[in-house]
Design a protein around this ligand. Sequence first.
Ligand code: UTP
Length: 276
Amino acid sequence: MIGKCLFPVAGYGTRFLPATKSMPKEMLPVVNKPLVQYGVEEAIEAGMTNCALVTGRGKRAIADHFDISYELEHQIAGSSKEAYLGGIREVIERGVFTMVRQREMLGLGHAILTGEPLIGDQPFGVVLSDDLCLNRGGSGVLAQMAALYEEFQCSIVAVQEVPMDEVHQYGVVAGTAERAGLTRVTQMVEKPPQDEAPSNLAVIGRYILTPDIFDIIRSTPPGRNGEVQLTDALQTQASEGRVLAYQFEGLRFDCGSVPGFVEATQHVFEHYYGQE
Ligand code: UTP
């Protein structure tokens, strides 16, 4: 079973400035819960109780969120307000949180490599918490992927079909059908122009990675934007037939963008708020 999940949360979140000037993007609340907590809950549900956070400067609020707040908890102990802390207390009790700092924001590949000491030599999940994934009444996306890993024992990326005029915002995959909703990847391209995209299957922020990815990232030269791209490293595994793309069950909201964040907020308010 996969027990560890990596959370790269070191990015600047420039699309949310000025909100993210002194506050981590991952702490933006969708209704009343920060984005990163949704991701952590999804990982814990998938059995990945060991949560490794790759943080950066200005991200201390994330570490504090997954710790006890003595003064606050003492103040509201025994009052009706205590109920509001129920969810996060459960997360803190079930999870183990470790942290490492990414000193320079050199891209997602680099962030993942920075997390290597927290992961070691075992397969692991990756959650980009600015992609909010919800599957009401069913298993979370990461749990679906963990089950697939048990079957195939290789790296898995979550994908969804996007309109062709949006492919340039994503890593895009192509390959051969393994079965319905599952593609054995042969090609992965990071943010291709529309006319160069091999398909409209876009990678979203959920991965299961085998630990050889660390060595591959180390030997992968910087790609688009001068950043070490995870997509380029995954292409190496894909060329050996060791990457599956999974069209998951559930909804995904791009909370790294303002429209996606607003959409997620409306959805969570309508379908989840007050119903837990
Ligand atoms: P994004 O591209 O959404 O990053 O990275 P960003 O820099 O936070 O956002 P914008 O584009 O400036 O608004 C996807 C995920 O990878 C993490 C981010 O924190 C985010 O969760 N990341 C990215 C790192 O941890 N380190 C990096 O060097 C880059």
